[in-house]
Design a protein around this ligand. Structure first.
Ligand code: 5GP
Ligand code: ZN
Length: 114
């Protein structure tokens, strides 16, 4: 999709520090990390703007992302645990409208989630 920063990252037009890649998804280190390890996982195709756009037609891709997250976390040495976050809409502070999931870890995270 034009002018979508994550489509540009997926296409290699904007460089990223990759953590994992396969034919369907890409995981890269966040440019503005909120934890010692902060990885963003995206589908390579712009298939959904966010959480509210998940449906039967794209649920397989979401399932694939969630199947890969434990492997991505293990490769990032998050053996003590990690948090997965999906910001949805204005109140959650969503800024990029290409569905993505944050993996946060590398320290004892704040027990308060909000
Ligand atoms: P959101 O707030 O939409 O859930 O998350 C978007 C995330 O993308 C933010 O954490 C932001 O730091 C990250 N981000 C935005 N632009 C870039 C970029 O060009 N490169 C990387 N690596 N991360 C980005
Ligand atoms: Zn996109």
């Amino acid at each position: 999709m034009e002018n979508c920063i994550f489509c540009k990252i997926a296409a290699g037009e904007i460089p990223s520090n990759k953590a994992y890649e396969d034919d369907k998804i890409l995981a890269f280190h966040d440019i503005n990390p909120q934890a010692p390890v902060h990885i963003v996982v995206i589908p390579k195709a712009h298939m959904a703007a966010g959480m509210n756009d998940i449906n039967a037609g794209n649920a397989d891709m979401i399932a694939h992302i969630f199947q890969c997250i434990p492997r991505i976390a293990a490769e990032a040495k998050l053996e003590n645990g990690y948090r997965v976050v999906c910001n949805c809409g204005a109140d959650a502070g969503q800024t990029v409208f290409h569905i993505h999931f944050h993996i946060l870890g590398g320290k004892k995270l704040d027990e308060a989630m909000a």
